[in-house]
Design a protein around this ligand. Structure first.
Ligand SMILES: [Fe+2]
Ligand SMILES: [Fe+2]
Length: 88
């Protein structure tokens, strides 16, 4: 969880900075999606302060993170690239 928090904080901040520099029209929505995911990570961390008690919990978290990142990259991050291409 520590690694995930550090990684997404750095990655999201970098990505949002690029969007601002590009005047990306989806910036506000994209930033909100990042924030929602980060909040979910914090929530999962708080509810597992004592560690993961079952394999099921660990599997749920790893699948949630994997699916969120996968869909976010394919549905949202990809639109930043598409926007950049329209400006060329
Ligand atoms: Fe993103
Ligand atoms: Fe991203």
């Amino acid at each position: 969880m520590q690694f995930l928090k550090k990684y997404v904080t750095t990655h999201f901040a970098h990505e949002e900075k690029i969007q601002l520099e590009l005047n990306y029209p989806g910036y506000e929505k994209h930033k909100m999606l990042h924030q929602e995911f980060y909040n979910k990570v914090l929530e999962m961390e708080q509810s597992h302060q004592g560690g993961f008690t079952t394999d099921r919990e660990l599997i749920y978290i790893s699948l949630y993170v994997r699916d969120w990142l996968y869909h976010h990259i394919l549905l949202e991050d990809v639109q930043i690239g598409a926007y950049v291409n329209t400006r060329r």
